[in-house]
Design a binder for this molecule. Structure first.
Ligand SMILES: *Cc1c(COP(=O)(O)O)cnc(C)c1O
Length: 369
């Protein structure tokens, strides 16, 4: 079986977890601080604030930036629902800019069209491990005086114009089990703003600066040292993990780029893609099978695949009619959602495994056409 994602932990993780267990102090402590420092070095961010998951990272970032009821946040419709839920959690209203077909991320021009007097923030999602067009999005945010919050849950170490995801605005990363870096559940907020970092640290800990001195109404958003110990050693080998993902992506592309009706993903010029997902687009007529048939035929051959995401994020009954959701027209995102399929690309795969994936996709195409 070749799964769509897999994780393996080396002995360093086992040792560090054991160290925390034996210390008798398993809640937030020195290991969380080491994780924050190490991640800050990895991506070049001045401050890192660890929290209990990626959704919390987004909600805490918005709250600390003062975004709440009455404010509009312009985000991507082509994302995991966590992005929307975080906006709703702080009481703000979600607006949706359409995405580009080449990077699956919001188009700066469609963001700009939605800006109005209520707009408070732009929240691009760096989907699949590739940065959105941040130079242009940062310019839009700056021009209109908007906060810039990045959903970098899938983009640890991705860069554009030499600058990492999470360092253009307030960065929100997830350490969920399937992400490129993981602690099981966890999140990291990055910022170069001293005051914002300070507010986030207080907000994370019940609004408490010193013991039983409450400065604001806060939350319990803390990560534990046990979780930090799972993630910390992965940072040291992260560059080689991404290198393997990149080699796997290149090999998939070499093997699949000439298949009719199949569009392979691209790392755009000036961007470092960290290949959280390798997502192809299927044209069912030309390919000779739709993506459901391709997924089933891959499963029959022991190969996992995934649909990220089958519909635009707000297209569910639970969001219909909510005042806080504006269903902006997003035809490109809808089209991508109906045609995308992600193939295994993770660092646990070698050339033979990738060749099996390529052969299985080609067989499915050939068998039908
Ligand atoms: C995983 C993910 C999140 C949420 O992270 P959790 O740690 O699961 O809360 C948010 N946005 C995107 C795009 C994600 O992929």
């Amino acid at each position: 079986m070749i799964p769509i994602s897999s994780i393996s932990f080396d002995s360093r993780v086992e040792e560090l977890v054991l160290e925390v267990l034996r210390s008798g102090m398993i809640a937030q402590g020195p290991m969380v601080a080491r994780l924050e420092e190490s991640f800050g070095e990895l991506i070049g961010a001045k401050h890192v604030v660890a929290v209990n998951n990626g959704t919390t990272a987004l909600a805490a970032a918005l709250e600390a930036l003062g975004i709440g009821p009455g404010d509009e946040v312009i985000t991507s419709p082509f994302t995991f629902v966590a992005t929307i839920n975080a906006i709703l959690q702080v009481g703000a209203t979600a607006r949706f800019a359409d995405v580009a077909v080449d990077d699956f991320c919001v188009r700066p021009a469609s963001v700009e069209q939605l800006v109005n007097g209520r707009t408070a923030a732009v929240l691009p999602v760096h989907l699949y491990g590739q940065c959105a067009d941040m130079p242009a999005l940062a310019a839009v945010a700056e021009q209109h005086g908007l906060a810039l919050v990045e959903d970098a849950a899938q983009a640890h170490g991705a860069t554009i114009a030499g600058r990492a995801a999470g360092t253009w605005g307030t960065g929100c990363f997830s350490l969920y089990a399937t992400k490129n870096l993981t602690s099981g559940e966890g999140g990291l907020i990055t910022t170069n703003d001293d005051e914002l970092a300070d507010r986030l640290r207080v907000l994370r800990n019940q609004g408490m600066r010193e013991r039983y001195v409450y400065e604001m109404v806060g939350h319990n958003y803390r990560l534990t040292d046990l979780q930090a110990a799972v993630c910390l050693p992965q940072i040291a080998r992260y560059e080689s993990n991404v290198g393997q993902r990149q080699r796997n992506a290149d090999r998939l592309t070499d093997g699949l780029r000439d298949v009719p009706g199949l569009t392979v993903p691209e790392a755009l010029p000036g961007r470092r893609h960290v290949w959280h997902q390798y997502t192809v687009l299927i044209d069912p007529i030309e390919f000779g099978a739709d993506r459901g048939e391709l997924a089933r035929s891959l499963t029959e051959r022991g190969i996992g695949s995934g649909i990220y995401y089958p519909r635009v994020a707000f297209d569910y009954d639970c969001y219909a009619g909510l005042d806080q959701i504006v269903e902006d027209p997003v035809p490109i995102a809808e089209q991508l959602a109906s045609r995308c399929l992600s193939l295994p690309v993770h660092a646990g795969l070698d050339d033979d495994a990738i060749d099996r994936v390529v052969a299985a996709v080609r067989e499915c195409a050939g068998g039908r056409s």
